[in-house]
Design a protein around this ligand. Structure first.
Ligand SMILES: Nc1ncnc2c1ncn2[C@@H]1O[C@H](COP(=O)(O)OP(=O)(O)OP(=O)(O)O)[C@@H](O)[C@H]1O
Length: 197
C-alpha cells in the first residue's frame, strides 16, 4: 500500500512552476520528511498528496491506483493551526466524531480529557485543540498521515507528547507519515529519510 507521487508538477494560476517532475514513494510504516526553504511548495505538495489540490502534471497513486474521491480518505493531513481546522460552532465531541468514532484508548494515548469534550473550540488551548485534530485524522482507515508543521505552534512538552503518541500509533498500525517542519532536530529524530524539495 504505497503512496506515490509520479512526475508531479504544479503552479498556481499565472505563477511560475513551483515544482516539476517530483517523484516520491512512501511505504507503510515509513516516516519521510519533506524539507526545503520557505515558499518552495512543501504545503502545496502535501495538499496534492492528500487530494486537496490536483497536480497539473503527473499523478498521485495509492496502492498503484488513483486515490478515492469518495468516503474516508486514506491520506489525512494535520496542519499548523488547529483553530482553522475545526468548526467553531461545534462542540468538541461533534468535531471529534465528524469522520469516525475514536475509541477511549486513542483519546487516552493522545491525552484528551473527557471534560474537554463538552467545550467549544475557543475554550481549549492550541495544544489541546491540536490533540483533537490529530485524533480526528487517525481513523482506522488512515494509511498515511501528513503532518505539516503539526506541532510548530506548541510548547516543547506538548510537541513531544503529541509526537510520541503519533509515532506509537503509526508503528502499531504500520501507518506511513510525512513530516514537514522547519525544526531540523525534530526532523532528524522522527524521519527514516528526508527529501529535499
Ligand atoms: N492559493 C494560492 N494561490 C496562489 N499562490 C499560492 C497559493 N498558496 C500558496 N501559494 C504560493 O505558492 C508558494 C508555495 O507555497 P507553500 O505554502 O506550498 O510553500 P511552503 O514550502 O510550504 O512554505 P513555508 O515553508 O513558508 O510554509 C508560495 O510562494 C505561496 O505564496
Amino acid at each position: 500500500m504505497q503512496l506515490k507521487a509520479n512526475d508531479i508538477g504544479f503552479r498556481y494560476e499565472n505563477g511560475p512552476w513551483l515544482f516539476r517532475g517530483v517523484n516520491l514513494c512512501i511505504e507503510p510504516g515509513e516516516v519521510v520528511g519533506i524539507a526545503g526553504p520557505s515558499g518552495r511548495g512543501k504545503t502545496t505538495l502535501c495538499r496534492i498528496l492528500s487530494s486537496y489540490e490536483t497536480p497539473l502534471e503527473g499523478s498521485v497513486t495509492f496502492n498503484d491506483a488513483p486515490l478515492p474521491d469518495k468516503g474516508y480518505h486514506p491520506v489525512q493531513m494535520v496542519l499548523q493551526h488547529p483553530e482553522k481546522a475545526v468548526n467553531s460552532r461545534w462542540k468538541m465531541h461533534s468535531i471529534l466524531n465528524e469522520g469516525y468514532h475514536p475509541d477511549e484508548e486513542l483519546l487516552e494515548i493522545l491525552g484528551i480529557e473527557q471534560e474537554w469534550l463538552t467545550r467549544w473550540p475557543h475554550e481549549l488551548s492550541g495544544g489541546e485543540l491540536q490533540r483533537f485534530c490529530v485524533a480526528r485524522a487517525l481513523g482506522p482507515n488512515t494509511r498515511f498521515l501528513i503532518a505539516d508543521e503539526m506541532t510548530t505552534m506548541l510548547d516543547a512538552i506538548t510537541q513531544a507528547q503529541i509526537w510520541q503518541a503519533v509515532m506509537e500509533i503509526a508503528q502499531k498500525r504500520e501507518m506511513g507519515i510525512i513530516v514537514v517542519t522547519h525544526e531540523a532536530k525534530l526532523m532528524q529524530r522522527l524521519c527514516d529519510r528526508v527529501i529535499e524539495l
